[in-house]
Write a protein that binds this ligand. Structure first.
Ligand code: PRP
Ligand code: URA
Length: 209
């Protein structure tokens, strides 16, 4: 079963409160989502492997730690996931970025991919899938499946706000995927919105409502 980590750092919780507030406009919302994503990135990358290399300080030669060349990828789920990419890229600028876009077929209610573009060496990369909201889990489950279909084997999911239903759905379908969230909210409402949540993340990021 994938591990669930709630990153409850005070700075993250403070900024999360600001994006929950309905009076926070798109500019501030975008900036805050970027900042929270960067802060979450510290925890998500905590177990990256290190190796010793030999360097010379101004004083003497020494061995010192460096990241041991693990290849990383960030994969936003379109479209709201895009808001989380830049914050994580600030921490790991060498990461490649893949994209997954999907919509729900109005008749079958099945998720349909409309755009998937991944780095060519996707099977060698540790992938961080990002989406601000994990509600029913339908989008994340499908996005992770589409990525696995292309060869990915090492995947983490990072969301700002989740609910128990979404977490359980992803764990059931993808028990190999660890999940990182800033909050596990109470529940879903009858429209599959997270309560208390922050509303429609895509609309608030891009000002489309
Ligand atoms: C939102 C959100 C997730 C999804 C979560 O995207 O960004 O992708 O809903 O809901 P789920 O867990 O029930 O699938 P939406 O489909 O609104 O698209 P958008 O990013 O284009 O706004
Ligand atoms: N998608 C959102 O953007 N918000 C929710 O609360 C649920 C799904």
């Amino acid at each position: 079963m994938g591990k669930v980590t709630v990153i409850d750092h005070p700075l993250i919780q403070h900024k999360l409160t600001m994006i929950r507030d309905k009076n926070t406009g798109s500019k501030a919302f975008r900036e805050l989502v970027k900042e929270i994503s960067m802060l979450m990135g510290y925890e998500v990358t905590r177990n990256l492997p290190l190796e010793d290399i030999e360097i010379e300080t101004p004083v003497c030669k020494t061995k010192s730690k460096t990241l041991s060349g693990r290849k990383l990828g960030i994969v936003p789920i379109l479209r709201a996931g895009i808001g989380m990419v830049d914050g994580i890229l600030e921490l790991i600028p060498a990461a490649k970025v893949g994209h997954v876009g999907l919509y729900r077929d109005p008749e079958t209610l099945e998720p349909v991919e409309y755009y998937v573009k991944m780095p060519t060496d996707v099977s060698e990369r540790e992938l961080i899938v990002v989406d601000p909201m994990l509600a029913t889990g339908g989008s994340a489950k499908a996005a992770i499946k589409f990525i696995k279909d292309r060869g990915a084997t090492n995947i983490k999911l990072v969301c700002l706000v989740a609910c128990p239903e979404g977490i359980e759905a992803v764990q059931d379908m993808h028990p190999d995927v660890d999940i990182y969230v800033a909050s596990v909210d109470e529940k879903l409402d009858e429209h599959a919105y997270i309560i208390p949540g922050l509303g429609d993340a895509g609309d608030r990021l891009f000002g489309t409502k």
